[in-house]
Design a protein around this ligand. Structure first.
Ligand code: FE2
Length: 385
């Protein structure tokens, strides 16, 4: 870690420039520093929640004085006459004067984008290990964060076991389908309607707002020939579309699609969201792709609709490209989890030789998973320290 060398304030005290060894420097605004002061009157020492509002900080806050010693920055704010110490490492980690624009469609460095060459073994954990061992759980959850997908093997062949998978990191999201739902297929060789019935890779429930951000699919029977599970990195598909057709990518990000599910009885779910959602600064955020649930799209202006449909078609072709998909056959007691905001899942067709396929599915959310992972990673760091 580079040492903090010096800090000088602007003449009006509104900006502070901080210098580290090696010529690194970053500018900070007085208001930003005051709002992010780590002292116990500003931030709770127990849960790090802010204890004041911006109204509690004078609008004319400036830096009266700034000194550096022992790798700490000490700032005296006027007119409060309040002195606050900032650790050098914290300032480096939170510097905002160093980032260039990332461009449209950027992704977090925490993520790795993949295609059909991806080796499923890299994200495959043993059920019992992941259940019993915190390190194994940490590695497995880190795989979900990085790749948006992971698998477990050798779990119990028992109805409802998928709930135990969710409870390893968080909570099931109950929906109108219940805590979990059944995915059962009986392949009847005398009924050709059941043969070759594949399911295009898709994200689940785009008609919900917010969508369930995780899905677990757990296998209890799989004696049918075929019916392999397939997953596709939707971010990889979106980035390929961007490379091939930037305008088409732009259309799918800029306009909302409509999604709808009308169930029996009292269920009617609708949403108005883009197929490729970006954050305001261009980060790839959510993929929604599900031909069964796409309603009439009415938010694209007439002049852009032809281009929009061409991009929608091309995105589907990319998703269907076998070079993008990772396939595997789930055995009873195996399951996989997908980040439903990123990774699409589907199923290959069956041969007409008979057999059954019984999966159970449930939804959960990434906030719980990422929270569990973060705590495991901090515990790991503390153990090393
Ligand atoms: Fe699905």
């Amino acid at each position: 870690m580079k040492r903090l060398l010096s800090a000088e304030k602007s003449d009006d005290g509104v900006v502070l420039t901080v210098h580290w060894e090696g010529g690194h420097r970053a500018r900070f605004h007085a208001m930003w520093l005051r709002d992010n002061a780590p002292d116990p009157a500003t931030r709770s020492p127990t849960n790090a929640q802010r204890l004041i509002t911006l109204h509690d900080i004078p609008a004319d806050t400036t830096i009266a004085d700034a000194t550096v010693s022992n790798d700490m920055l000490s700032v005296r704010f006027a007119p409060e006459e309040k002195t606050v110490a900032f650790p050098s490492g914290w300032l480096r980690d939170h510097a905002y004067d160093v980032r260039a624009g990332n461009g449209t469609g950027w992704t977090s460095p925490d993520l790795e984008i993949w295609d059909g060459q991806f080796d499923v073994l890299r994200v495959t954990g043993n059920y019992q290990n992941v259940h019993d061992d915190a390190d194994a759980l940490k590695d497995w959850l880190a795989g979900v964060r990085c790749y948006g997908f992971a698998k477990l093997t050798d779990g119990p062949v028992a109805s409802g076991a998928l709930l135990d998978v969710a409870s390893m990191f968080g909570y099931v999201r109950e929906t109108n389908y219940g805590k979990w739902f059944e995915v059962r297929t009986e392949v009847n060789p005398t009924n050709l309607a059941y043969t070759g019935l594949g399911l295009q890779a898709h994200t689940d429930n785009p008609y919900r707002d917010p969508v369930p951000t995780l899905q677990i699919l757990y296998c209890l029977e799989n004696s049918a020939a075929g019916g392999d599970s397939q997953v596709v990195d939707g971010f990889a598909a979106a980035l390929r579309l961007r490379a091939e057709d930037p305008r088409g990518f732009d259309l799918l990000t800029r306009y909302c699609a409509r999604f709808e599910y009308r169930g029996a009885g009292d269920v009617h779910l609708v949403s108005r969201k883009p197929m490729i959602e970006l954050t305001p600064d261009g980060e790839l955020a959510v993929i929604r792709f599900n031909n069964r649930s796409t309603a009439a799209i009415t938010d694209v202006p007439f002049d852009d609709m032809a281009g929009y449909y061409a991009a929608y078609r091309r995105l589907g072709e990319i998703i269907d490209d076998p070079a993008m998909a990772v396939g595997f056959k789930l055995q009873p007691g195996e399951c996989f989890i997908v980040d439903n905001t990123r990774v699409l899942h589907g199923r290959s067709g069956y041969a007409d030789s008979g057999g059954t396929r019984w999966l159970q599915g449930c939804y959960a959310d990434k906030d719980g998973l990422l929270s569990t992972l973060s705590v495991l990673e901090q515990t790991c760091l503390e153990d090393v320290a």
